[in-house]
Write a protein that binds this ligand. Sequence first.
Ligand code: ADP
Ligand code: TRP
Length: 326
Amino acid sequence: MVKHRVLSGIRATGRLHLGNYFGAVKGMLALQNDPDYETLYMVADVHTLTTPYTIEELRKNRREVILDYLAAGLDPKKSILFQQAEVNEHIELAFYFSSVVTIAKMQHLPTFKDKVKQYPEHATMALLNYPILMAADILVYKASLVPVGIDQEPHLEVAREIARRMNQDYGTDFPEPKRFATKGEYIPSLTGEGKMSKSVEGSYINLTDDLETIRKKIRSVPTATTAGGEMPVGVKTLFAFLNLVDPGLVEKFQKTYDAGTLKFVELKDHVAEAISKELQPFQQKRKELEEDTAYVDRVIAEGAEKARAIAQKTVKEVREKMGLLS
Ligand code: ADP
Ligand code: TRP
């Protein structure tokens, strides 16, 4: 049986947070452990160049994300774990893909407009090309399923359009990749506004945060003074977290909320403890891996080699079909 391929990635911009964990990593884990799929998970280090960064940080983070993956349970015996920059074919294929995409299309993407608003001085060609490189990441492995949060949907739409155009114009056989959604596809910000994101200070909980830090952060979520009636956004956020980390208790807290007797601090402290408990195995494993440099080096080297073998085959095919091989 031909296995369906899965590809996902996270940019090397810093520590992972709960949004990354529930929106992306949980889906990556579920598919890794399903024998119907062949899974490839990368650190999108080249994508880090699309927004301002420091060289030292990137050098560190492109390795740290691999550690986070391993600590979360991604297993090099089951998945190919690698760094995007180690496989040149992504960049090569992205250039070929750029020949079937218009500038206007890229300029109108909401993700592009948001980033330009955030960094008006950095409206670069790399940023404009972001979704094309992401399409190449996925299609260079002919992956049909992509575990990512809901915010990535516009990028997947671009990947599908590129696949269609390439297949039509050049007779390639790219699949039209779909998003694999998790229960936590949209984790709200702790500030009560928008999604949890590492670029918004005060919005996130890191996977490495200890109980005290988590408690402090959760206590800062804005709530109402009294329970009952229409739920304010901050209270909804707390219930969303509870539903992910201790779903059995949602009904009980909901009832006390409806009755107007819910004490917010009790709900908050319970949520904080449940999050901390969920993260404990990750934190334990992360510490062990930090000591095991040789193992991590080996995972990185072997992952690159395996990914390259697949990517080279696709790029050769595309070069041939586009008239670049005699
Ligand atoms: P950030 O927005 O913090 O910079 P990234 O863009 O690096 O996060 O996202 C990495 C992965 O995590 C993507 O699959 C993205 O969809 C997912 N993700 C990020 N934030 C959230 C969130 N708040 N809820 C659900 N998924 C998220
Ligand atoms: N755009 C993704 C993010 O911001 C990162 C990413 C790059 C990615 N290439 C990918 C995700 C390919 C899935 C598949 O998180």
